[in-house]
Design a protein around this ligand. Structure first.
Ligand SMILES: [Zn+2]
Length: 389
């Protein structure tokens, strides 16, 4: 979905031109190739304005125009305007508890190159050294110049400067990640909480595309959430919203590292799923996901009945709080049997006052698999870039 806004009345002509250029670029970046006529209709701009903007973008090598492959009807075909991926390349970084992934992503969202490695010792300085080296190799391969970077981190991050207050599962505390990466990469680097970043990806390019109100819930070692409210990411003070894994939900539950007892993630996170499946502690996530996918139908209820109940209980509260039309379950949850997802969706709609009022809430699993955070990190980096390309 492309969001546009009208420049304020009385804006100078160069501001209006800049605004229109960004709107066209954002539309092409997120929604793909499009004719000039369709751009004019979608963005509410007249044809001569679109011509001036597209000509300008083509002259500076940011877009190109091609005859569409599938031609319809007789007469001259309309040219398609395409973003040129190498015109703006960003670095996307997804730092997880057990793995780091980096990718170079071009204008239009194409992944141009990627690399990942297992994270054994998570010292921030070592992780940053490896990220920078990996980025250098990828950019050399592509002969590309990176213009910005976005980083996904499983922790509490200050949006202004990417300062990581706490990333408990990485054992990181008070790491000035944004400032350090900006200094060593030499490009603006934005850092955000992983669930918020994945929500951004789902909203722009995934299951929540086109929706105004959605919640993305991700399960990894921890459980986090990103909230799209009225088409925008909900941030909260300093950008800290989304620690829904720490809703205190079970007074008789397990101790959580945050200092409370019975947090939602102790009932629905990776450790809880491992316990439900009778797997030893520290079983790798891939094995847990494979075990979930291999569960025979008749055993699903016996193994995952309690988990399903806790997942539904937490989501009822979340839906009552944020009134989303859609809940997207990501990461580890993408391996849940369909019957569990369906049962949770039904329970949410039946038990949530808000859900009943809005005619039900859809609960789906992400189709981006484990890539949502990497894709979202790229989109975070593109946000300021699209204003300046
Ligand atoms: Zn907690």
């Amino acid at each position: 979905m492309t969001q546009t806004s009208t420049p304020t009345a009385g804006a100078r002509p160069d501001e209006v031109r800049r605004h229109n250029r960004t709107a066209v670029l954002r539309r092409l970046h997120v929604d793909g190739p499009c004719t000039r006529a369709a751009l004019a209709t979608e963005l509410g701009l007249n044809r001569s304005t679109i011509k001036a903007v597209v000509d300008g973008l083509a002259e500076s090598g940011v877009v190109s125009e091609h005859v569409p492959r599938a031609r319809t009807g007789a007469g001259r075909p309309s040219l398609l305007v395409l973003p040129r991926p190498l015109a703006a390349v960003v670095l996307a970084v997804d730092i997880r508890v057990e793995q780091v992934a980096v990718a170079l992503v071009g204008l239009g969202g194409e992944v141009l190159g990627r690399n990942s490695w297992i994270l054994r010792a998570g010292d921030p300085a070592d992780v940053l050294t490896d990220v920078v080296e990996s980025a250098r190799l990828l950019t050399e391969d592509l002969a590309a110049q990176v213009v910005g970077a976005g980083v996904s981190i499983p922790g509490v991050v200050r949006r202004r400067d990417g300062f990581v207050h706490e990333a408990p599962n990485l054992r990181w505390r008070d790491v000035p990640l944004g400032d350090r990466l900006t200094a060593v990469l030499g490009v603006p680097t934005l850092v955000a909480n992983d669930a918020e970043i994945a929500a951004r990806a789902e909203h722009l390019r995934g299951a929540a595309r086109g929706t105004l109100d959605a919640v993305y819930v991700s399960a990894d070692v921890g459980v986090g959430a990103g909230v799209i409210s009225d088409g925008k990411i909900l941030r909260g003070t300093a950008g800290y919203v989304g620690e829904l894994g720490h809703m205190a939900i079970n007074p008789a539950g397990l101790a959580c590292y945050c200092g409370n007892r019975g947090c939602w993630e102790t009932e629905v996170g990776e450790l809880a799923l491992g316990r439900a499946l009778d797997l030893p502690e520290h079983t790798p996530r891939g094995v847990i996901m494979a075990a979930l996918r291999a569960l025979p139908e008749p055993r699903i209820d016996a193994v995952l009945g309690e988990f399903t109940e806790w997942l539904a209980t937490g989501l009822v509260t979340i839906v009552n709080a944020f009134a989303p039309e859609l809940v997207v379950l990501g990461d580890l949850f993408t391996a849940l049997p369909t019957t569990v997802v369906t049962a949770v969706g039904r329970a949410v709609t039946e038990r949530s006052l808000v859900s009943r009022a809005i005619g039900g809430t859809r609960v789906l699993t992400s189709t981006m698999g484990t890539d949502a955070k990497l894709i979202g990190a790229a989109e975070l980096a593109f946000e300021p870039v699209l204003d300046t390309v």
